[in-house]
Design a protein around this ligand. Structure first.
Ligand SMILES: [Zn+2]
Ligand SMILES: [Zn+2]
Length: 91
């Protein structure tokens, strides 16, 4: 068993990493799809440094967030459809 683990260490680590990524994606999707909460997706072309906003959603505290898969910013209205945030972000 130990031999098997040592010989296959690289692929086992790869497998675990992949599992972790898909698990995180799953968690994120659950977060982004709260029932009764606002959510929009923006299908923007790629320009300059990349796509800043891919989605916008309302969290459990009614704050509105716009972002991509890496960064999110609290916003006062939806950049996709103009929906107004129930909780206003500080200036
Ligand atoms: Zn939105
Ligand atoms: Zn919207």
């Amino acid at each position: 068993m130990l031999d098997f683990i040592v010989q296959n260490a690289a692929s086992i680590i790869l497998k675990l990493t992949t599992m972790e990524d898909s698990f995180l994606d799953e968690l994120k999707n659950v977060n982004l799809s709260l029932p009764g909460k606002h959510r929009c997706e923006l299908h923007s072309p790629d320009k300059a440094y990349g796509i800043a906003i891919k989605y916008c959603y309302e969290d459990a505290d009614n704050k509105l967030w716009a972002g991509n898969d890496e960064y999110e910013s609290q916003v006062n209205y939806c950049p996709v459809c103009g929906y107004n945030a129930k909780i206003i972000a500080k200036k």
